[in-house]
Design a protein around this ligand. Structure first.
Ligand SMILES: Cc1c2[nH]c(c1CCC(=O)O)Cc1[nH]c(c(CCC(=O)O)c1C)Cc1[nH]c(c(CCC(=O)O)c1C)Cc1[nH]c(c(C)c1CCC(=O)O)C2
Length: 347
């Protein structure tokens, strides 16, 4: 791959610049749906893979080479930086992150430490260096979980359906809540800076579960901390992407923040997002479940989304959420070539 010219279509579209095709990548492109990955998973857990830079680089590269995506996303998890600040987290296959020392009070928040990336996660920085200096000819996307989504795991102790404990903590203990948001924001800022310094060319902030909040609570309990995060990251001069699930009601709030790209799940059509006044680059938003449908259904939906997306240069194709484990790699490959060819001939 080294000899191939660097493909910067993704970075250009993030900045709203013209490209010869619509760039694409798939959330969760590295992992569960890939037989090569599943084979590695028979032997190692997620954290065991991420501690081995050559292996993590291979897992990160695999979907780029197989599907011809326009960006790579670093193989790791939103939980990756949390052990460094004292969170005892395990990733359980089929369940997700489980935390054995959940946050219950202000004093629990005060016990959290600081992250020193070179010391605490050198293997992540090494993986980024291997990929960006030696292996990739597309941009590498680094990422971090946003404070609400990280806090939801830290307070619930694991995945949740309704985030009741998280919300109860937020309403009942605002002082502890804001202390936790600040702690996580500081950790994420340092963590993201280290990823960019090591070679990441764009950053996606996953606030996957923040859609559980209404607009007023988002403004009170989350928007100020997100504003601080994006303001602090702006000098890094890389595209900053926001994403969450079931958060269409917050898309305008995100658009107000100093970020570059608004990631949409599958619920809000691109044209309606534009009509709401979202002029920034939009990323999305095929329902990942459609990848389980027959090809003619997939193709019809791809055309609909691309026809709307391509009305502006500020558009990146993606799914509305992560690839399901059941999706065939051949389907992802076909989607990628369709997006590339259809957009190249209609631009
Ligand atoms: C909420 C969240 C998590 N992790 C992540 C999010 C935000 C994105 C989203 O909204 O889905 C982000 C994430 N997790 C992983 C990646 C890198 C892979 C990629 O995107 O290509 C990314 C970007 C690896 C992973 N993270 C996890 C796996 C599965 C581990 C395994 O293979 O058993 C992978 C490949 C585990 C994990 N980690 C998490 C959950 C809910 C789970 C279990 C569900 C699942 O199976 O995906 C937390």
């Amino acid at each position: 791959m080294e000899s191939k010219q660097f493909n910067d279509a993704f970075l250009k579209a993030c900045r709203g610049e013209k490209t010869d095709h619509v760039p694409l990548w798939f959330m969760r492109q590295a992992g569960r749906s890939q037989p090569e990955y599943r084979k590695i998973k028979e032997k190692y857990g997620l954290f065991e893979i991420t501690h081995q830079p050559e292996l993590s680089a291979y897992v990160t590269r695999l979907p780029v080479e197989q599907y011809n995506t326009d960006a790579a996303i670093l193989y790791k998890d939103i939980m990756t930086p949390l052990p460094a600040i004292g969170v005892d987290v395990e990733i359980k296959t089929g369940i997700g992150p489980v935390i054995s020392n959940p946050i219950r009070s202000l004093s629990d928040v005060e016990k959290l430490g600081e992250i020193n990336p070179e010391q605490d996660i050198p293997y992540i920085l090494e993986t980024i260096r291997i990929l960006t200096q030696e292996q990739l000819n597309v941009p590498l996307i680094g990422f971090a979980g946003a404070p609400f989504t990280l806090a939801s795991y830290m307070i619930e102790g694991g995945p949740s359906k309704n985030y009741n404990k998280t919300k109860a903590f937020m309403y009942a203990e605002p002082k502890a809540w804001f202390a936790l948001m600040d702690k996580l924001a500081d950790t994420m800022i340092t963590y993201v800076e280290s990823q960019v310094k090591a070679g990441a060319k764009a950053i996606q902030i996953f606030d996957s579960w923040v859609g559980a909040l209404n607009v007023q609570d988002y403004r009170t309990f989350i928007k100020p901390v997100m504003n601080r995060i994006f303001t602090s990251l702006a000098p890094l001069n890389v595209p900053l992407i926001m994403f969450g699930v079931g958060a269409s009601h917050l898309a305008k709030e995100w658009h107000d923040l100093p970020l570059d790209v608004v990631g949409l799940d599958w619920r809000l059509p691109i044209n309606e997002a534009r009509a709401m006044g979202l002029t920034k680059t939009l990323q999305g938003n095929l329902d990942p479940a459609i990848l389980l449908a027959p090809w003619h259904v997939i193709e019809e939906r791809l055309k609909e989304i691309l026809d709307e997306g391509m009305k502006s240069d500020s558009y990146v194709f993606n799914l509305g959420h992560g690839v399901f484990p059941e999706v065939q790699p051949a389907t992802l490959k076909k989607v990628a070539s369709f997006v590339h060819e259809y957009s190249a001939s209609n631009k």
